[in-house]
Design a protein around this ligand. Structure first.
Ligand code: FMN
Length: 300
């Protein structure tokens, strides 16, 4: 997820969930405009840490040649799979006719997937769509376009572009996608807790499940481990330390990232009043997190 799942966060989440529970992750989208992305930028998205689970490098763009060459470079840079984003509803993506703008143009979706499949040598190419743009009437056509392009996995976010990140999530749309393609489908949208993972698969026939915002509030949502207060505090402290060490992040940026997680945070019952934590000044927030750890260590 853009602005959140950079390498530090991903590494901490992947390390806390065994491969049987968390089969892989994706980078934040890497935006391809009219020229292929430089290898340095692709390597930065992948980050320095490796796990048994693959981390797919996600590309978002509409220029077929530039996206395909970026896919080739991503493979060269060590990406174990390349994913294409046809779901981002942000204004910037729409202005560039990328992300969810392409949901109105299934032939271009197919052309982008096919060009990336041809550009890479060994790694699989996967694609993520939404259920549609203004409505879900072209869902089946979009799913088939991804399959005909030669993708190895189709992720479907069950909301349309217009529905953005609405609270409701219509899983029937996932079932519709599963029915029309032979390739494995990964269902996404509206998973709030661990139990929803099995429920989504049972109700839709999806082979895999992708979790978005629930993982920001509970990094253990994949395994279902009920984190203690100490584990939850340690996660956030380690995240803060890594942001400083890996990105050279300032106090302001570190606190901003922690506050972004605290908007969703439920793990370990760490902060009963999330809004109060988020209102703290940057330094006060980080001090509270640090002392929260001390308290816990003393209590242990
Ligand atoms: C802050 C934020 C950033 C996101 N960035 C990306 C992204 O870079 N690539 C992507 O495929 N989806 C992105 N998404 C969408 C999520 O992956 C997911 O499809 C969406 O949140 C629905 O799943 P959920 O209901 O489990 O949250 C983002 C969502 C949020 C809230």
């Amino acid at each position: 997820m853009e602005g959140v799942t950079e390498p530090c966060f991903r590494d901490l989440v992947l390390a806390r969930n065994p491969p049987a529970a968390l089969g892989g992750a994706f980078t934040e989208f890497a935006r391809v405009v009219s020229v292929p992305l430089p290898r340095r930028a692709l390597r930065a998205h992948l980050g320095p840490w490796r796990h048994p689970q693959p981390v797919g490098l996600q590309l978002m763009g509409s220029d077929v040649a530039a996206v395909a060459e970026s896919a080739r470079r991503a493979e060269e840079a060590g990406a174990p799979l390349v994913d294409l984003n046809f779901g981002c509803p942000a204004k910037g993506a729409l202005r560039g006719c990328a992300g969810s703008a392409l949901l109105d143009d299934p032939p271009r979706v197919e052309a982008l997937v096919a060009a990336c499949v041809r550009a890479v040598v060994r790694v699989p190419v996967t694609a993520k769509i939404r259920a549609g743009g203004a409505d879900d009437r072209r869902l089946e056509e979009l799913a088939r376009a991804v399959e005909q392009g030669g993708a190895s996995l189709l992720t479907v976010h069950c909301r349309t572009r217009v529905e953005a990140y609405a609270d409701t999530a219509d899983w029937e749309r996932l079932r519709r996608a599963v029915r029309v393609v032979a390739l494995p489908v990964c269902g996404n949208g509206g998973v709030a807790r661990h139990a929803d993972l099995a429920r989504l698969r049972a109700e839709t026939g999806c082979a895999y499940v992708m979790v978005g915002r629930a993982a920001l509030g509970d990094p253990w949502v994949f395994s279902g481990h009920a984190a203690t207060r100490a584990e939850a505090a340690a996660f956030l402290r380690e995240y803060a330390e890594r942001l400083r060490a890996h990105h050279g992040a300032s106090t302001r940026m570190v606190a901003g990232r922690i506050k972004q997680l605290l908007a969703h945070w439920t793990a370990g019952g760490l902060c009963d009043d999330r809004a109060a934590w988020r209102r703290l000044a940057d330094e006060a927030l980080l001090a509270r997190l640090a002392s929260c750890g001390d308290e816990l260590e003393l209590a242990c």
